[in-house]
Structures are given as structure tokens and as C-alpha cells.
Design a protein around this ligand. Structure first.
Ligand SMILES: NC(=O)c1ccc[n+]([C@@H]2O[C@H](COP(=O)([O-])OP(=O)(O)OC[C@H]3O[C@@H](n4cnc5c(N)ncnc54)[C@H](OP(=O)(O)O)[C@@H]3O)[C@@H](O)[C@H]2O)c1
Length: 266
């Protein structure tokens, strides 16, 4: 596993395991398999209603807590100072942990600054190791940074081969904020796994379309949290650290950027 150093010195794995839509026993089994496969970052959220299952899998895995990196996100209706305080306590309890590695505001709520004030207090108490936001576009991010007590370490946004948001990545990087991609495989849309440019380039390196799509993000300074419920795909998605796409391949892949969200965001 390779890591990125966040703006406060915390090390975050460059590839994590996404858990959206995983529920109950399937979620526990998948997170356990992901950890066995080598994932060290698990991405959950209060909105996913699976923090308890993630916490259970982490404690059952036997992997020392300090070797794992847990991300969660707080959201409506806890979009207030008091709500965020309650939400943080709830996440800590559900995840069975003494600290959250990365805590994000799930969406750019009007009350984001109030939520962040509660998050900053938790950060100062050592209950959270890094703070960030999610789904903040360029304008929302710039506005937020003007008044926040600590520049967010991460902005987790939609980013994949069809909408890599490279200009947002440059803006974030200039502020010292790391961009992390959600739906890095476009959630399987647009026939991504059969895309001839991805499969053609993959053929040269002995890699799949999924591996090329994830590697493209990494080489643009964007980390990723792909989700799969299948062990073979979990391993495939993690196996992207032993090759490097050439400049020409990166340029061909950049040509797949449509400049539009696939999910109606931003
Ligand atoms: N912050 C936010 O607002 C936000 C929004 C959306 C998502 N997220 C986070 O980002 C994570 C990832 O996004 P996502 O789950 O929407 O989509 P994704 O990771 O882009 O794609 C997941 C889909 O691709 C399939 N898949 C995965 N690896 C594959 C491979 N190697 N070959 C073929 N198919 C493959 C999976 O099916 P199988 O499971 O059957 O393998 C699943 O249908 C989420 O789980 C969540 O943690 C955050």
C-alpha cells in the first residue's frame, strides 16, 4: 500500500474500500475480506447506515486499530453545531473506536461552518485525526476555506475517468487539500469495464480496464475508494501499484473526460 501525507502530517492510504450500499452481514463479510486482502482504509458514512457493521468487522479482523484508517461522514439532519457533536459521539460508538481517522461533512450544507466548529473541537481533543469535506465544488470549497479554523485535509468528490475534475484537483492541491475520488469506477456506468481505450491501454500493461481507470486517478494526485462485494475484484482494484501509465497513455485517457457529472452533482 502507498500513502499520501495529509496537510497535518497524517498518513492516509492511497486506495481504500468503499462501503456504500453494503448492509448487514454482507457488509461485515465484505469489510473483513477487504482487510484480509490488504485494504487499510475503510470508507463509511452515517448516511450509509452501516457504521455498526464496519465497526464489527474491524474489531473481528484482529488487525491492530492503528494499522487501519477509518473515514466517516456526518450529514443532515445533524447539520448544526449541536447535531454534529451528537453525530461524532454516535459514530465513535457505532464504529467501536476511540478515534476517527478522517471525518467529513458529507455535503456543502449552509450550516457547514457550524458543523466544522464541532468537528474542530473533536479534532483538538484527539477524537478525530483529520478533518475534511465532501462534495464541495470549487466555489463552495473556496468560500468555506475563507472562514474555517483549519484548511480541510481532504475533499472527497465524484471523480473517475469520465469526470476526473482535474481543475478542482489543482485548486485543492494549491490549498494543500487532498482530493479523494468517490465512484472512481463510475459505479460501473458507461460500460466502463468494456471501454476500448481502457482495455486497449490495459492490454499493454497486463492490467484490466478497472486497474487503468484507478491508476489514471492516482497519477493525477487523486486517491480512490472503489467498492466491490467480490473478493477477486477487491484484489484486482488494489493491484495498481506495480505499473505506471506513460505520458501518451495519460493523454489518451484524459480524452475520455466529458466534463460532466454522471450523477447530477456539482
Ligand atoms: N461522499 C459521497 O457523497 C459518496 C458518494 C458515492 C460513493 N461514495 C463512496 O465511494 C465508494 C465507491 O463508489 P461506488 O460504490 O458508488 O462506485 P465504484 O466503486 O465506482 O463502483 C462500484 C461498482 O463497480 C463494480 N466493480 C468494482 N470493481 C470492479 C472490477 N474490478 N471489475 C468490474 N466491476 C467492478 C461493483 O460491483 P461488485 O460489487 O458486484 O463487484 C459495483 O457495482 C462508495 O462505496 C462510498 O464509500 C461517497
Amino acid at each position: 500500500m502507498e500513502y499520501v501525507l495529509l496537510n497535518n502530517g497524517v498518513k492516509m492510504p492511497l486506495l481504500g474500500f468503499g462501503t456504500w450500499n453494503l448492509k448487514g452481514k454482507e457488509c461485515i463479510d465484505c469489510v473483513l475480506t477487504a482487510i484480509e486482502t490488504g485494504y487499510r482504509l475503510i470508507d463509511t458514512a452515517q448516511m450509509y447506515d452501516n457504521e455498526r457493521e464496519v465497526g464489527e468487522a474491524v474489531s473481528r479482523s484482529g488487525t491492530p486499530r492503528q494499522q487501519l484508517f477509518l473515514t466517516t461522514k456526518i450529514c443532515f439532519p445533524q447539520n448544526s453545531y449541536a447535531g454534529a457533536k451528537t453525530a461524532i459521539a454516535r459514530s465513535l460508538e457505532a464504529l467501536r473506536t476511540e478515534y476517527i481517522d478522517l471525518l467529513l461533512i458529507h455535503e456543502p450544507y449552509r450550516e457547514a461552518s457550524d458543523m466544522y466548529a464541532a468537528m474542530f473541537e473533536a479534532y483538538q481533543k484527539g477524537l478525530v485525526r483529520a478533518l475534511g469535506v465532501s462534495n464541495f465544488n470549487a466555489a463552495a470549497f473556496a468560500g468555506f476555506c475563507r472562514s474555517c479554523p483549519l484548511i480541510p485535509a481532504v475533499n472527497q468528490v465524484e471523480a473517475h475517468i469520465f469526470f476526473p475534475q482535474l481543475s478542482l484537483q489543482r485548486q485543492l492541491s494549491a490549498e494543500g487539500t487532498h482530493m479523494q475520488a468517490w465512484s472512481p469506477l463510475a459505479a460501473g456506468r458507461q460500460q466502463i469495464f468494456k471501454n476500448p481505450i481502457l482495455t486497449g491501454i490495459g492490454h499493454k500493461y497486463g492490467k484490466s480496464a478497472a486497474q487503468v481507470a484507478l491508476r489514471f486517478l492516482l497519477q493525477n494526485g487523486i486517491s480512490a475508494i472503489p467498492k466491490s462485494s467480490r473478493p477477486q475484484r477487491m484484489a484486482e482494484n488494489l493491484d495498481i501499484f506495480d505499473f505506471k501509465l506513460s505520458k501518451d497513455d495519460m493523454a489518451s485517457l484524459a480524452g475520455l473526460d466529458t466534463g460532466r457529472s454522471l450523477f447530477g452533482w456539482y
